[in-house]
Design a protein around this ligand. Structure first.
Ligand code: E4P
Length: 218
């Protein structure tokens, strides 16, 4: 299972990358806005800075909602660094853009997936990743994880090469369930990464080991 971090905050990306088990980064316009970067040039530079911190790929999302606009932005984003994966929303023009970009060899991540057939359509168009948003489905009293189980089965049935990238992760149990379902990737907020590194029994066990060692040396 690949671990991506879901943030545009450089020091969070650096801390997560320093563990040595980070495979990539996802961003979206809301996460970029949180960092407070204004202006196209500054935004493109920020993506470049992110690329320099991680070994794997970096999803950068288009803002346009029409085919021509998305294609123009996609080329601009893809030119920043070979690590860039162009993130495109699941709308009609988005699917057209995914197909055109895939024909050009530009990798894409189809975002805002809430229903299995959206992911199937994106996969047929040649998306490298599909991003089902499980937390947002849970928020409306729907079982977000069922979407992941359905997608792992469907993608296996048809041998799709598109990777299932679990998005909108809210807590460690989402990670456990996504791994059990066989998702290829999960993108994880920094706070959840920190939770994954904490277990009270690990902490208390280590405290006891060290105390016993100290006592034995007296
Ligand atoms: C990442 O690709 C998604 O944009 C992100 O996980 C959405 O998360 P949220 O539902 O917590 O905003």
């Amino acid at each position: 299972m690949k671990f991506f971090i879901d943030t545009a905050v450089l020091n969070e990306i650096k801390k997560a990358a320093d563990y040595g088990v980070l495979d990539g980064v996802t961003t979206n316009p809301s996460l970029m806005a949180k960092v407070g970067i204004k202006g196209r040039e500054a935004i493109l530079k920020h993506y470049k800075d992110i690329c320099e911190l991680v070994p794997g790929n970096v999803s950068a999302e288009v803002i346009s909602t029409d085919f021509e606009g998305m294609m123009k932005e996609a080329h601009e984003l893809a030119a920043i660094d070979p690590k860039i994966v162009v993130k495109v929303p699941f709308i009609g023009d988005g699917v057209k853009a995914i197909k055109a970009l895939s024909d050009e060899g530009i990798r894409t991540n189809c975002t805002l997936i809430f229903q299995p057939m959206q992911a199937v359509i994106a996969a047929k168009a040649g998306a490298s990743y599909v991003s089902p948003f499980i937390g947002r489905l849970d928020d409306i009293a729907t079982d977000g994880m069922q979407l992941i189980r359905d997608l792992t089965l469907i993608f296996k049935n048809y041998n799709f090469q598109t990777e299932i990238l679990v998005a909108s992760v809210r807590h460690p149990m989402h990670m456990v369930e996504a791994a059990k379902a066989g998702a290829h990737v999960a993108t994880i907020p920094f706070a959840v990464i920190e939770q994954l590194f904490k277990h009270p029994l690990t902490d208390s066990g280590l405290t006891k080991f060290l105390a016993d060692y100290e006592a034995s040396q007296k």
